[in-house]
Write a protein that binds this ligand. Sequence first.
Ligand code: TEU
Ligand code: CA
Length: 559
Amino acid sequence: REHGRWWREGIVYQIYPRSFLDTNGDGIGDLRGIINKLDYLQALGITIVWLNPIYASPNDDNGYDISDYESIMAEFGTMADFEELLHGLHERGIRLIMDLVVNHSSDEHAWFVESRRSRDNPHRDFYIWRDGVDTPAGEQPPNNWRSFFSGSTWEKDAATGQYYLHLFSRKQPDLNWEHPPVREAVYDMMNRWFDMGIDGFRMDVINLLSKVPGLPSVPDTPPGELAWGGRYFVNGPRLHEFLQEMHQRTLAGRDVMTVGECVAVDVAEGRKLVGQDRGELDMIFQMEHMDLDSGPLGKWDIKQPWSRAELKSILGRWIQGLHGDGWNSQFWTNHDQPRTVSRFGNDSPEWREKSALALAALPLTLPGTPYIYQGDEIGMTNVAFPIEDYRDLETLNWYREEVARGRDPAALMPAIHFKSRDNARTPMQWDDSAQAGFTSGTPWLRINPDYAQINVAEAMARPGSVWHGFRELIELRKANPGLAYAELTWLWPEHEALVVFRSRHQQQNWLIALNLHNEPQTLPTELPPVELWLWSNEPLPSGPVQSLAPWQALVGQLP
Ligand code: TEU
Ligand code: CA
């Protein structure tokens, strides 16, 4: 297990470059902004940075629509800036992982520009083209799959009269992984980035690469209606073959890490993706707990309160399911999710800081590798903008589709305020100056109006702030690397406020006790006596612990 210690024992900090720091006043964060904050990252103590896509892109989906995998997005800077950033991170002992988005490209990628030209273009088969279907009601798309971003997954292209597949937006055509030259081109590109010295890839929707041949329609769907076609592209028939080939061609023999973002995956499938002897990926980033507060209709169908018992059951299943074989990621949010404290904690002035730290203590003590999303280290909160101020295409497409179906626009806003991806994408709040110190110009997305109270300068200057709590928890994590490998036992798994567990690795034992609730909790039984309390967001207990205050968190060492 010597191999890969750095990523097993590491702490990842995720940077969404567009919203991190703008240094040239165009309102868009840039690589220079990250370079200027390298000492900040080092002070926080994190050991790995994951950068969201920084490649050339028309930004239909903020860089997840790549038009050139080997050049830097003009707004973000130059290749020289990138090299300086990589070097600056390495100088500080911080590794860098990049986003790999190869389920799809931009429709402005040269491959697609060629592909759409004619049916016999040499690049035609780089993408997935099909004829429409003639029906009594007129021509229909090749099947009835619904896109992740609303509407059909098919777009008819005038040049050839055929449709191309796009599981995401129409500006994100799916690459055809059945076509060997696509795979060759991707592996070559990956190898060139590795040769530049990057330390790994976070692989976007990597379990969607392989589609069931024939691309069948979802059965039992009323004509003209769309349906979730996951069974035909989630963990498709050739996925493992493709990932093993990728591993052999790019990863084998390199000291790099790979983390696969996987949608709608279960533990059995997860083990195939990250099992130690599989030769596929190192770590899984699965999102089952991101549905804790969703009803049957999906993410916009808000369900509150969320169940702490269900959280424990999901996390426990993944931890036990991969123990000793595969590797988990631990996180509360990312650039696709709401802000942690607003969603799972309590962002009122009374409880914001305490609940942000109670929540932070969970990923930073669980087995696996913790991920911190930019801004969470100061307890940044959700926003509630009018619809005009949203920029995220998922949010806007859903809004337009629902309005077109006749729903009252005002009735859609609570879900948007709670769940929009833009909650996580508002710019970093560095200080209380105009535009939160993010830009001297007009930010691409509005700043959260709470920046005068919630900002990095304030939090760093004040002992006991969320920032200092994160720094302490990161330090604790580094001093106790065994936490990453531990076996976990829940105490009171059914309890709807308490999240309490013992963690054991070799001779070491820990106790983590969290009250994830606004009310104090009397414990079903007194906590087992610890040898030493290591951390709390309250004064450390001096005797037996029989109750926890609202949002109290305790980390201790057991004999
Ligand atoms: O996200 C994949 C994914 O699962 C999202 O579509 C998710 O369902 C949604 O954002 C939840 O609201 C990845 C990237 O993280 C995301 O930013 C991209 O938009 C998407 O892939 C397409 O590349
Ligand atoms: Ca800029």
